[in-house]
Design a protein around this ligand. Sequence first.
Ligand code: SF4
Length: 480
Amino acid sequence: MSAGGQSQAMFFRARAARQAGDVGLRRTLQKARPLFVGKRAKGIAGLAADGLGFGALRTACADIRRRVVDDLDVWLEIFEERARATGAEVLWARDGAEIRRHVLDIAARHGVTKAVKSKSMLSEEAGLNEALADAGIRPVETDLGEYIVQLAGEAPSHIIAPAVHKTIHEVEALFAAEHGRPLQARSSADIPAMAREAREVLRQHFLSADMGISGANFLIAETGSAALVTNEGNGRMVTTLPSVHVVITGIEKIVPTLEDFASLMRLLPRSATGQTISNYVSLLTGTRGAGDGEGPEKTVFILVDNGRAALAGSDFADMLRCIRCGACMNHCPVYFSLGGHAYGWVYPGPMGSVLTPLYTGIENALDLPHASTGCNQCGVVCPVEIPLPALMHRLREVQVERRLRPLAERLGLGAWGWLARRPTLYRLVVRLAARYLRWLADDSGRIRVFGLAPGWSAGRDLVPPSGPTFLERYAARKKD
Ligand code: SF4
């Protein structure tokens, strides 16, 4: 886990303020949001046409994931045994430092100078690209979105659309600089040509790389395989062309059987991109056998804890069911107002607001569980029934229990609690406060700047309370 990631997550408010002020970014994000939402809605509606109910399928998928999380150690042992039987090596990593050490050891043993990568968020958790570059190994991201953000020197801003924050003109400037050609005027009609250009450059990297590094959407315990789900052919190139393939994935990604995997696949692509099935669904098992035309000579699984084992059996175990579909962020008004970089670590949106504090330390990401409007859209769309708003509430409770909230907030809530236990005094104070707020209003009937909440009232007017207080109305109704 990168220390930089921890410190970045601490500065959510500052990052959020900067991102919210970036009009171009907001325009780009606002254009993308209806596409994600509309495609998912269509995909889910298609389930009904197939004679399936989203609710029943969602419960079945959540149950599969619950079964795994309840007996994680058992399924991991089965996976390890089956994967070894297919000729793969299985290594375990407690944290980012162990991931880096394993990958660099493997690279040194095989004389690796270039590594092509696809779909590995764990390598983001570990800061692996920096470690590879420091060791003289060139890491090349090959998902189109990841390739774009790597050229920009940025982190992904979305888990399934890493460059969703970039305009076509920004991408054109990056391609012109990297590919050594003059800048061209571009419109959305040029997107296929730009994708083809990137593909041609990446093809040379696939052919010259000594190592492929990928993540896995799922690990199948019964066959010892990794399942990789992508929409670009790069995942297959990364996992089959280089002589060494390293799969880096979290221990929670396991599913018991191929049938369970098939069930989850009915919801994963639909929730992510609205597709019935992704373009490429690969089951990667063992190494290249005699007579196989392709495949790596060496396959290594690095199964990573990095804070996951501690969640099993805790109040936050539900989060281990996550299948990284991105639906929660696609429906989140906070995410689409700020973009993923505001969240400061690998996972943005509602799932990041829960995962980042749990993986980097609750005290290192105090604002993230508060980055929510409480609308519960994330909880409604999650295909594995993760109660994201409830988990954010629980994280807020833990902050209070561990006295991590700012002193002013603790004093304020303490004073309110003291007052609320004294109803007569409470009624009097509320009446006086309501009159004071009415007195603060200007000629337009609004409060422009409210001293006790300057940050909140700097961007919006406050409407003063009108008429009797709630308690006064309640008392009057009781008399009637
Ligand atoms: S929390 Fe749910 S909706 Fe969000 S990425 Fe994970 S599985 Fe998808």
